[in-house]
Design a protein around this ligand. Sequence first.
Ligand code: F6P
Length: 473
Amino acid sequence: MGRIIIVSNRLPITIHQNGTGFSYRSSAGGLATGLNSMDRSLERVWVGWPGEEITLPAIQEQVLEDLIQDGLVPVFLSKKEIELYYEGFSNKTIWPHFHYFTQYTTYQDDYWEAYSLVNQKFADAIKPILQPDDLVWVHDYQLMLLPAMIREFAPQTSIGFFLHIPFPSYEIFRVLPWREALLKGVLGADQIGFHTFGYMRHFLSAAYRLGGYEHLYGKLRVGHRLINVDVFPMGIDYEKYAHPEIDLYANDDSFKIKQLARNKRIIVSIDRLDYTKGIPQRIKAFEQFIERYPEYIGKVSLVLIAVPSRSNVDNYRKLKQSIDTLVGKINSAYGSFDWMPIQYLYRSLNFNELSTLYQVADIAMITPLRDGMNLVAKEYIAAKDETKRGVLILSEMAGAANELSSALLVNPHDINKMAEVIQQALEMNENEQVWRMETMQQHLKRYNVRHWANTFVQEQKRLMEQQQAFNNM
Ligand code: F6P
């Protein structure tokens, strides 16, 4: 086998142009961390967008030259492409639709055209670098047309596709006018992976009902090709969170986070600020908790971290306003000079701060309305590797709930019940906390991100070798 070519919308680094100069910073997100910790015995090339518009050709050339040394191939996108392909079709059409927010789905032909053109742009970037034995692994909903586009010019190449978000029920998927094209794009792959059995089942159902493609034991027959469709739940870098290298002298807020937890119990909530994450419902559940159980007033705080995300998209901006209002209302009603019910920050945390927060948090409340997987829930469990104390309240609608069944599972729309579960979590005895933690930790330790990436690639490699042996017969 040759190299592995990873293709994702974002590169693991972001390039920021300031005037005639530029700077690099690493991109946040589980995918970058995950793929970075993959088995390094394979030579790796990573194709993706560097996260911002780079207007100067001289900077583009310099970036190309710099990045290629690290095996990174940037695909530059113009402002218009970012607006129509990334903010538009990816995040105003597919993202809401696949997360069952059909009221937010935007149907615009110019979004679709840009999505097709940018997928083609990625294909054009891959074409000149592709070598005969390379294995290609395409990631996520921004690039659903790409597998078939690569197959056009490289019919023998082994192509994998992994969807990091839910694949919706056929009844939802069928509503999209571009459903056949999206399906056909993904079916260009030899192997298609999902986080959960449910997403895979929905995909197989869409393939059958839209294209008449039948499947048997996870193999989907498309013409003369057999596609492997399977479940590969993504894990985390367990050791990184279990034994974090905390810099005690870092110039950040870690110390203040510790102070915050000195004489009160902490419930942590961390997400990108996204309407799929159920943030308003979670805040309301906390409000109801203090109303119903006033003995906790002054003793428990919700630390709510909302990480800025896709802020050019209208629905994200509106959500920010409604969260600001809700938090203001609760803090002004219940807060005092020595206690704020909700400590609300609209920013990202560095690793030091994040690890400290996980460590001091008595409870993590991760209650998305819909979520492909949710790695924050897994990170919180890993961060409790030493103490084994802490309780995870997790939404049934997160892919992670399939693996973390020892968490306190809740319906994120059921605000009454969530308020009750907060109280249950605060009162849980230590023995119960320990057995729940240990059960989940054992699972996450074993099924870590390295296991996820290596299993996907090994399986694809096995298929590729089978295919090559068959061709040589
Ligand atoms: O969950 C899907 C996903 O694409 C992740 O892979 C990524 O970390 C996250 O959404 C952030 O998305 P964006 O690239 O739009 O900031």
